[in-house]
Write a protein that binds this ligand. Structure first.
Ligand SMILES: *Cc1c(COP(=O)(O)O)cnc(C)c1O
Length: 494
């Protein structure tokens, strides 16, 4: 299997090359030349297998220059770091909730960011890269910690993370600034996530910077979901969810299942689309947004318009106006016309807006539906579901829950619905406790008191690594303007 760029028809590269590079040289994203097919029988076979085996089977179809043994060993050691089954499926009222936050940093990013650091050294060896790989990350909160945790101590790599200074939750920030490890770097950016992401993209596109780094024996790569090595492990949990529905008798083999995904950079839901293209019986993919509903408007109208107010919400990991991975979907929907994708991305860069036309719109709406929920709706859903059955959701999951419920009542679509749950409630204790106990009860409490109070209310044990944050030294305290990000990277590289 070779990988091609979404922006050109240039000859493909191998999976290991796509993983080491992160971004294609023309600024596009790497995508597989074709979608590997999975038979229903293969899906059925997964029902009796542990998660690591399910993941290895999906990865083997994409990462064809890795051996089955390499992928199996990587998956086993990655998912051994989870506090139980990595992707359990819970029945909550008449929906199914796919919990993807049982990894070391308690957000779904661990599903891929425990795998990528295990794939990267293998990929470097396969491509003959003997340089240091510097993993540069822009984060809306969860990717940063997951990348730091994944790459800390991995030989031949360094990892540097930029986060928006006031754009992450207190727990997310503490997780990052207390990160230990000689090869880890963290810095706040004055601005929002889009400013941080744009700054990182600028560094990737900076030829002088690349030359200066090359002289020092350093090559940049990405752990953001623009890296195909992030995307591939995410495809696996959609297969896993389907296999678990089969196993518990909730569906028969071949029945279509809908997935509702709380969406920011469009990586998670894109993985669901890949699963569908591989033959998994998927009905509708519901793209759930918060008040930053640029994707909702796009799916409804075919116009992507990032020129709009940026809202800070209780689901900060979805506070994004420019969703990078949408580019990969557009490439598929326009029959892989790289020149057309390029023109849209150029228009986005220069004017913040592009329009895809009726044909692409129709293809889009065949697979996708969209909805959005503001903070009030999301926090309302947390309270309602908790009162009804004692299940506690984080605010991102609650956005998806609210959108899924609304979709079902409006459309009457009764196919089984899986709501993808992306974070532990303890990463957003204040918001969750506010939903359950009201703003006044929370006002006087600091972040840790909120977490303690939440533990008494929701009964879910607080993860030890989050409890331990209060005592950890704050190691990374730099704050820079977006224009100074490149200098910061130079300092890190030394
Ligand atoms: C990253 C993240 C999302 C958004 O996922 P994308 O792949 O960027 O669409 C949603 N919820 C949480 C908790 C996240 O960390």
């Amino acid at each position: 299997m070779n990988y091609v760029s979404t922006r050109s028809g240039a000859a493909g590269v191998r999976a290991s090359q796509a993983i080491v590079a992160g971004l294609a040289p023309d600024g596009g994203l790497y995508v597989p030349e074709s979608f590997p097919a999975f038979s229903l029988r293969a899906v059925q076979g997964m029902a009796e297998k542990p998660y690591a085996d399910r993941a290895r089977e999906v990865l083997a179809a994409y990462l064809t220059d890795f051996t089955a043994d390499e992928l199996q060993a990587a998956a086993e050691s990655a998912y051994a770091r989870f506090d139980g089954p990595p992707a359990p499926l819970k029945d909550v009222e008449d929906l199914h909730v796919l919990e993807l936050w049982h990894g070391p940093t308690h957000a779904f990013k661990d599903m891929a960011l425990q795998m990528l650091p295990r794939l990267m050294p293998l990929a470097m060896r396969k491509t003959g890269v003997d340089k240091q790989v510097f993993i540069l990350v822009a984060t809306s909160g969860d990717t940063g910690k997951a990348a730091l945790e994944g790459f800390a101590g991995v030989a031949g790599t360094q990892v540097g993370v930029f986060y928006p200074v006031d754009g992450v939750s207190p727990a997310q920030k503490l997780q990052m600034i207390t990160q230990e490890g000689d090869n880890t770097h963290v810095c706040a950016v004055r601005g929002n996530f889009d400013d941080a992401q744009t700054g990182v993209k600028r560094i990737f596109g900076d030829a002088d910077m690349a030359r200066a780094l090359a002289e020092k024996g350093v090559e940049l790569s990405s752990a953001n979901s623009i890296n195909f090595g992030r995307l591939a492990p995410q495809v696996a949990y959609y297969f896993s969810a389907y296999a678990d529905l089969l196993k518990k008798g909730a569906i028969a083999l071949g029945d279509e299942v809908n997935f509702c995904v709380p969406t920011g950079n469009f990586g998670n839901i894109l993985a669901a689309y890949y699963a569908k293209r591989m033959g998994l019986p998927v009905g509708k993919l519901l793209c759930a947004s918060n008040a930053n509903n640029v994707l909702f408007d796009f799916i409804e109208q075919g116009v992507y318009n990032a020129n709009r107010p940026f809202h800070k919400t209780t689901s900060p990991s979805m506070d994004i106006l420019v969703s990078s991975n949408l580019e990969r979907l557009l490439f598929e929907l326009c029959d892989r016309d790289g020149a057309l994708v390029s023109s849209w991305m150029q228009a986005l860069k220069s004017g913040g807006r592009y329009e895809v036309g009726e044909k692409v719109c129709r293809a889009l709406r065949e697979s996708f539906a969209a909805g959005w929920a503001d903070d009030e709706k999301a926090l309302g859903a947390i309270a309602r579901v908790y009162d009804a059955c004692g299940y506690t959701m984080d605010p991102h999951t609650a956005v998806a829950w609210s959108v899924a419920e609304n979709y079902r009542s409006v459309t009457g679509d009764r196919r089984p619905m899986v709501v993808v749950s992306t974070a532990s409630p303890y990463k957003f204790s204040r918001s969750v406790l506010t939903a359950l106990r009201g703003a006044e009860a929370v006002e006087a409490l600091d972040e840790f008191a909120c977490a303690d109070a939440l533990e008494k209310v929701c009964g879910l044990p607080m993860p030890a690594s989050l409890r331990d944050l209060r005592a950890k030294p704050r190691l990374h305290n730099d704050v820079v303007d977006p224009a100074a990000m490149a200098d910061e990277v130079c300092r890190w590289v030394g």
